[in-house]
Design a protein. Structure first.
Length: 391
């Protein structure tokens, strides 16, 4: 055998070995960020909820124990979901879309459960509950990309965009009408709009629409502030309380004002872990207002670190989306990216009183079993897409 043939054979073996070793990719960086975020969330949940849990439940670790169980179950579920070929969801997406609407309709039946004045949950055995609106988010993330792919080139036309909006808008309307959950309906519609934006080749029309929307909303808020101060509508009262928080300090804006006091008293480095005073006053501080208590204990610096961690998580999702092997993988990871980004932005905006209080939780940190389970399922889907990336 000549020297030249020996070199060729060695090169071929080396190439084959390299292909085998990099055939399957897994985003361990995203997994590490996610584990850190969940552990940090559990620590902050215990710190902010221990007082209210002791007063209401007689156990300072009540909320922590429940959240820990859901996190462990959700993590195991995430690992299982990550092993499933995401192309399987193409056939599953439409049935899941209609199933989510069916579950939301059940909220109006005797199976529905009212918590803190809101009827948004379904009763489950073992004194558990399920929030169907969380399933609606995953349903839209999986189904809207299918609609876009089926429409093909038509998806980029006005007629195609209206069809996509009709599917997303119908689900969002069901969330609002059947579960009386405006914030989740906004997120569902927002996910749909972002998916339309990323698949459309032109940016200018969307910028014009956003600009027009800002003008319309601003004009609407101005009119409301002048004419509807005596309104009895729950949501309109929230808007008015947002515009004049000091005027409604004992009623509509009580939670928001106490949260702002917590942010202000924390300073830049905070009072220290467990030293929040406002957590004893803020209603349901472990839910959508947990960021205000974190700001009091860890300061603005701590909140910046949280936002950096979320930024890293979103960066890893963006990496997976950009390297996805096909359009469907790209679109569903983009939908997950949109969901996390929208929820974080809206929660921060609510806590800082930039927008009216809408009850949006902070992903992976706020208390809520259903939310954690389905967020982990979404992360599992994203990791499943990452497994198909070829390096």
């Amino acid at each position: 055998m000549t020297e030249r043939k020996k070199k060729k054979r060695k090169k071929k073996k080396r190439n084959t070995r390299n292909v085998k070793s990099t055939d399957q990719y897994f985003d361990y960086s995203m997994l590490a960020v996610l584990i850190f975020l969940i552990c940090f969330g559990l620590v902050m949940l215990f710190s902010t909820s221990s007082y209210s849990a002791l007063i209401k439940q007689g156990d300072s670790m009540f909320y922590l124990k429940r959240q820990l169980i859901f996190c462990v179950v959700g993590f195991l579920g995430m690992i299982i979901v990550s092993t499933i070929d995401y192309h399987y969801y193409i056939k599953l997406a439409k049935p899941l879309y209609w199933f989510s609407i069916f579950l939301m309709a059940l909220v109006k039946t005797p199976l529905g459960k009212t918590v803190n004045g809101a009827r948004r949950w379904l009763r489950l055995p073992g004194n558990q509950q399920l929030q169907p609106a969380e399933i609606a988010k995953i349903a839209v993330i999986l189904f809207i990309p299918v609609v876009i792919i089926e429409l093909g080139k038509e998806a980029k036309t006005l007629n195609g965009i209206l069809k996509i909006l009709a599917w997303g808008g119908f689900n969002a309307a069901c969330v609002y009408i059947l579960t009386d959950n405006l914030s989740t309906g906004m997120i569902v519609l927002g996910i749909t709009c972002i998916l339309i934006f990323v698949m459309h080749p032109k940016t200018k029309p969307f910028l014009m629409l956003v600009g027009a929307g800002v003008v319309v909303v601003s004009a609407g808020v101005f009119i409301l502030s002048k004419t509807l101060e005596t309104s009895t509508s729950f949501r309109l009262r929230r808007v008015i309380a947002w515009l004049h928080p000091e005027k409604y300090a004992s009623d509509g804006s009580y939670q928001t004002l106490q949260g702002l006091y917590a942010i202000g008293s924390g300073g830049f480095f905070g009072k220290g872990l467990g030293n929040s005073a406002q957590k004893m006053i803020i209603p349901e501080v472990q839910n959508d207002m947990i960021l205000s208590a974190i700001c009091e204990e860890l300061g603005v610096f701590g909140v910046i670190m949280i936002l950096v961690i979320f930024g890293l998580l979103l960066y890893r999702l963006l990496f997976i989306a950009q390297n996805a092997p096909d359009v469907y993988g790209y679109m569903i990871v983009t939908g997950i990216f949109a969901h996390i980004a929208l929820q974080v932005i809206l929660n921060v905006a609510v806590v800082t009183n930039v927008i009216p209080n809408t009850g949006i939780t902070l992903p992976f940190i706020s208390y809520g079993g259903t939310s954690v389970l389905f967020l982990m399922a979404e992360m599992g889907i994203a990791l499943g897409v990452s497994r198909k990336i070829k390096i």
